[in-house]
Write a protein that binds this ligand. Structure first.
Ligand SMILES: [Zn+2]
Length: 323
């Protein structure tokens, strides 16, 4: 069940929403799965094989009926309607024949017991436990290879180094226009700065000259600017993140105000990167609506009430449309 769960989770991680990727480092999941496999292996080796029940007379029977230990042969004999265990001790031929027949059956029982003696099942048991462990390792290895393959063939990481530099320079140029000074946008492939905290699609030093975006957001911007490919809400989010960090670099610290300015700047940046003005406006309006629908968990990022057409935060009061 755990292995099936692992496979389902990894597929969800690859195909699912971006928030899952940014919230859960996949290598941590693999480390946990590996730890569980080792735990199961050690547990199985420690517990040993399951013992078969011993159907012969038990010590409690011997106490009750007064028989000695294993040294005597035990025979099942009939007294009227009653069956009883007795030690064999030189009966007459007729009695012996009858008793030997009974004893043969008992010996067959004994043979069964010897086939499954602990010495044999011990090695079988170890073999099974190790085999199960190797299957588990195989599953984890296959999933790691899948992730590696997907990551290297898709997304920001699959682009050539020159292309990534060229794209980052383009994003830096757009951010510099907003910040009104030269700034650098980096796409944080090592995820040292972004991606580990929820909603942290980007990080900027307040009033500084450098900001980091997640590779996913950089790839969305690359697809728009270099390939003309648009995925409406993803492209919209990527534009909003780029402009949001640019406004932080300009020196705006309040998250709500920053986001309000970012969504207005996003129209111009989107248009410059290849969108029609109409599409760019619809994207930023969608981002504004999404922002207003956010739950109490991200109140800090909610735009203030005066983030509206003609409001205090309207960057272009003369313009009738917002954003
Ligand atoms: Zn911010």
């Amino acid at each position: 069940m755990l292995r099936i769960g692992l496979v389902v989770f990894v597929l969800a991680w690859i195909l699912g929403p971006y928030s899952l990727r940014s919230a859960v480092p996949i290598w941590l999941v693999f480390a946990l799965a590996l730890g569980l496999e080792v735990h199961f292996l050690l547990g199985a080796l420690r517990s040993g094989p399951a013992r078969r029940p011993d159907r012969r007379p038990q010590p409690v029977d011997r106490d009750r009926y007064g028989y000695e230990g294993e040294a005597d042969d035990l025979l099942l004999v009939r007294y009227g309607d009653e069956e009883r265990w007795l030690p064999y001790s030189g009966e007459t031929d007729e009695e012996l024949d009858a008793l030997l027949t009974e004893k043969d059956e008992l010996d067959e029982d004994d043979d069964d017991e010897e086939v499954t003696s602990p010495a044999v099942t011990e090695s079988q048991h170890v073999f099974r436990a190790v085999r199960r462990f190797l299957v588990g390792l195989g599953v984890i290895g296959a999933l790691v290879l899948t992730i590696w393959f997907v990551e290297s063939r898709t997304g920001w990481g699959s682009l050539a180094g020159d292309t990534r530099l060229e794209a980052a320079a383009r994003f830096s140029g757009e951010a510099s226009r907003i910040a009104e000074k030269p700034v650098t946008i980096r796409c944080d492939e090592s995820r040292d700065y972004v991606g580990s905290v929820q909603h942290a699609d980007g990080v900027a030093y307040l009033g500084g000259d450098r900001a980091y975006l997640t590779p996913e957001r950089c790839y969305d911007l690359y697809r728009l600017a270099f390939e003309g490919e648009v995925t409406f809400s993803q492209t919209a989010r990527a534009l909003a993140v780029l402009t949001h960090e640019a406004w932080h670099l300009r020196g705006v610290s309040d998250e709500g105000v920053t986001e309000c300015y970012a969504l207005q700047s996003g129209v111009e940046v989107g248009r410059r990167l290849g969108l029609s003005e109409d599409t760019a406006r619809r994207m930023m309006r969608q981002q504004l609506t999404e922002n207003q629908l956010r739950g109490a968990g991200s109140l800090e990022y909610r735009v203030p009430a005066d983030c509206r057409n003609g409001g205090r935060l309207d960057l272009d009061p003369g313009e009738d449309r917002f954003p």
